[in-house]
Design a protein. Structure first.
Length: 183
C-alpha cells in the first residue's frame, strides 16, 4: 500500500510559490511606480513671458583671485601691416591747409595717406633701423608708385630718414578715424 504524505509535498513547493508570487508582485509594483513617476504633469498655469528689455545676470566671477591669474600678453595683429616705401614733405607746405582742413605743421607727427580716414592713427616702423613713430592722417595727395605714406618732416626726422628722402617701412593701423571724414 502507498501512503501519501501531502503535508511534505506542500511544504517543498510552498517556498517556490512564495518566491514567484513575491517576485511577480515586486515587478508589478515597480512598473506602477515607474509609470506614475514618468507621467507628464499637465497644469493649467500661465507663466509670464520675459520682457524684451530684461537685463542679463552679471557674469560669475572666477574663484581665482585676480592677483593669481596669469596675465595674457596682448597679441599684435600684423595682418593689418602694410609694407612699402615712405617719403616726407616739409617746408614747402608748412602753414598751408591740408585736405582735412587743418594747417600743416612740418614738425607735427602727421602724414598723408591716399585712403585712410582723417584722424586715423598709424604706427610707421623704419625697417632699416627699427625706429618707429605714431602719426595721425591729416592729408591726401598723390604718392609715387610703391610709396604708401607721405610723412611730415618731424615724423621723418624721428625715423632718421630725412637724408635719404625715402625709407622702407612697415605701416600698422592703430585706430581708424571717424568714417566718412574726407573720403
Amino acid at each position: 500500500m502507498v501512503i501519501r504524505r501531502e503535508s511534505s509535498n506542500l511544504s517543498s513547493k510552498s517556498p517556490l510559490r512564495m518566491w514567484l508570487l513575491a517576485g511577480a508582485s515586486s515587478i508589478a509594483l515597480a512598473g506602477v511606480v515607474v509609470t506614475i513617476a514618468t507621467r507628464p504633469v499637465e497644469a493649467d498655469v500661465h507663466l509670464a513671458r520675459p520682457d524684451a528689455t530684461a537685463t542679463l545676470a552679471a557674469p560669475v566671477s572666477s574663484s581665482t583671485p585676480a592677483s593669481l591669474t596669469p596675465l595674457q600678453p596682448k597679441r599684435k595683429h600684423y595682418s593689418d601691416a602694410l609694407h612699402g616705401l615712405a617719403s616726407w614733405y616739409g617746408s614747402a607746405f608748412n602753414g598751408r591747409l591740408t585736405a582735412s582742413g587743418e594747417q600743416f605743421e612740418m614738425y607735427a607727427m602727421t602724414a598723408c595717406h591716399p585712403t585712410l580716414p582723417f584722424g586715423s592713427l598709424v604706427r610707421v616702423v623704419n625697417r632699416d633701423n627699427h625706429r618707429s613713430v605714431v602719426v595721425r592722417i591729416t592729408d591726401r595727395g598723390y604718392l609715387e608708385k610703391g610709396r604708401i605714406i607721405d610723412l611730415s618732416y618731424g615724423a621723418a626726422r624721428q625715423l632718421a630718414m630725412t637724408e635719404q628722402g625715402i625709407a622702407r617701412i612697415d605701416l600698422q593701423v592703430i585706430s581708424r578715424g571717424p568714417s566718412g571724414s574726407g573720403q
